[in-house]
Design a protein around this ligand. Structure first.
Ligand code: ZN
Length: 241
């Protein structure tokens, strides 16, 4: 069998630090890159706005990537709100459950994301799905683990009778290394681009669970105290050291 050459990718792009880094990763190596997000009535519309701001900023500041950046897709997944009660979709405080998982965990959410991403990739003729899932993350979502990704890659490839690759560039790195990866990708794209890409992520990507765009820190906007902000700022501080 001839080795398959991958030329295009679909990036699961929520507008956060991780998925923006994944988008840069994909733009650095594929000829055509499309983006996908899901609207499951997130508590904060700022997340959906952030991703548009990131896309616009990439088009402006990275012309060599702009030509590769194709269609952006937004799929309605309001149904998720019907099957889950979590602090991501309801007005609930973030907390750890007795299962050891945070109450931001929506069972099967990432499996659904990947299935829909694969269906879209099939229709758009894209053969790689890039996602920012990560085992080193604090949350330990079981549907973000490496084994789950490998099982999904096989299930989706078989079920759609087309070889699909699920790429997870952040799987084994921590948040400090994610900042470094963004820096390196930007630098490889253009002279001075490392700083430009990091600044773009700081300014436009959004991670805070509380949707805070009022408080600006060195590492970006956020409340500074929710788990997502803590993770992001700790990573930033270690990286700056
Ligand atoms: Zn926060």
């Amino acid at each position: 069998m001839k080795p398959q050459i991958h030329r295009n990718a679909l990036v699961l792009f929520s507008g956060g630090q991780d998925s923006t880094t994944c988008l840069a990763y994909a733009l650095a190596q594929y000829e055509r890159v499309e983006t996908l997000a899901f609207d499951y009535r997130q508590r904060h519309i700022v997340e959906l706005q952030a991703r548009l701001n990131v896309l616009n900023a990439i088009r402006e500041r990275f012309p060599q990537w702009a030509s590769r950046l194709g269609d952006d897709h937004l799929l309605d997944l309001a149904v998720l709100g019907q099957v889950s009660e979590t602090s991501l979709t309801r007005d609930m405080e973030f907390q750890m459950e007795s299962s050891g998982l945070p109450n931001t965990f929506v069972p099967g959410r990432n499996l659904m994301f990947l299935t829909l991403a694969a269906a879209l990739a099939y229709r758009r003729g894209l053969d790689v799905i890039v996602t920012g899932v990560c085992e080193t993350d604090f949350s330990g979502y079981p549907d973000c683990r490496d084994d789950t990704m490998k099982a999904m890659q096989i299930a989706l490839s078989l079920g759609m009778d087309r070889r699909l690759l699920i790429e997870t560039p952040l799987m084994w790195i921590d948040k400090m290394q994610t900042w470094q990866l963004a820096h390196d990708l930007g630098e490889r794209a253009q002279i001075g681009g490392g700083k430009a890409l990091v600044q773009l992520i700081v300014e436009h990507s959004h991670t805070c669970y509380l949707g805070d765009r009022e408080h600006r820190h060195e590492w970006g906007y956020g409340c500074g105290s929710c788990p997502a902000c803590v993770l992001r700022s700790n990573g930033w501080n270690s990286w700056c050291r």
